[in-house]
Ligand binder design. Structure first.
Ligand SMILES: [Zn+2]
Length: 248
């Protein structure tokens, strides 16, 4: 089985003297691992391709027992430079990649995940200013896209319109509610101010190239991040512990 595709390089490692392994994000298969035999030597077959965050076109072949993939050759479509030089941007990109890998992308969700990762890396490379909350925006959007969308237009209990209101996130239910309905439940709840509601709502729709306008007010940033991470911890089962994402 062989195929050619545009993929993103998530992680690269060396083994033996000149061989490499790579973790790639494919728009049809999700996260895959592949070997590039002679990858660190062959300038002809992999010229400038096998670096983290690159967008590459690759020809891939399954190993004889189909246990892993072998990269046959690759071309660089889009590399990054500012992203590698700027420690803050680099840290944000690594954080997004690690979260995506912890999440585990299945083929059904691969196209959306590939688009989100690609556009996030482009934003980090191209923009003069990267949104400070970019990794949180990324986590929220990835979860929403992969089956954990959050209804924010109306209270999940009484149907009252939520935008403009101080709403609540019911953690166990994974739903938003108006304050009166939230008080009537025994669920854990977190405050969702009007700005958090509108940011979360916009993140369901806006692609990363429009995230500039979502710069949350510093006062609302903590509330927003807390709501996203509590939702992800409870429903997706991923938490940030000791400097890394862990599956709980
Ligand atoms: Zn209500």
């Amino acid at each position: 089985m062989e195929f050619s595709e545009r993929m993103l390089v998530l992680q690269v490692g060396k083994f033996r003297e000149s061989d490499m392994w790579v973790r790639l994000l494919s728009p049809s298969r999700g996260v895959i691992s592949a070997f590039a035999f002679g990858g660190s030597r062959s300038r002809r077959r992999f010229a400038g391709c096998l670096d983290t965050f690159n967008e590459i076109g690759v020809h891939v072949k399954a190993s004889p027992g189909k246990q892993f993939f072998i990269l046959q050759e690759g071309v660089l479509i889009r590399g990054v430079s500012r992203l590698r030089r700027d420690g803050q941007r680099f840290g944000m990109a690594v954080n997004c990649v690690r979260f995506l890998q912890s999440f585990g992308i299945v083929p059904e969700g691969a196209e959306k995940a590939h688009f989100l990762m690609r556009e996030t890396l482009r934003l980090l490379e191209d923009r003069e200013q990267a949104p400070r909350l970019l990794p949180v925006f990324f986590r929220a959007r990835l979860a929403f896209d992969q089956g954990y969308a959050l209804e924010l237009a109306h209270c999940s209990r009484c149907g009252k319109a939520l935008p403009g209101m101080y709403a609540r996130l019911l953690i166990r239910a994974g739903q938003a509610a108006c304050p009166a309905c939230a008080r009537a439940t025994s669920d854990y709840r977190l405050p969702l101010g009007p700005e958090t509601v509108s940011t979360l709502k916009a993140l369901h729709i806006l692609a990363p190239d429009a995230w500039d306008g979502l710069a949350a007010h510093p006062a609302a940033a903590g509330e927003f991040s807390e709501a996203v991470d509590a939702f992800i911890r409870y429903h997706v089962g991923i938490a940030w512990e000791d400097g890394r994402f862990v599956r709980r």
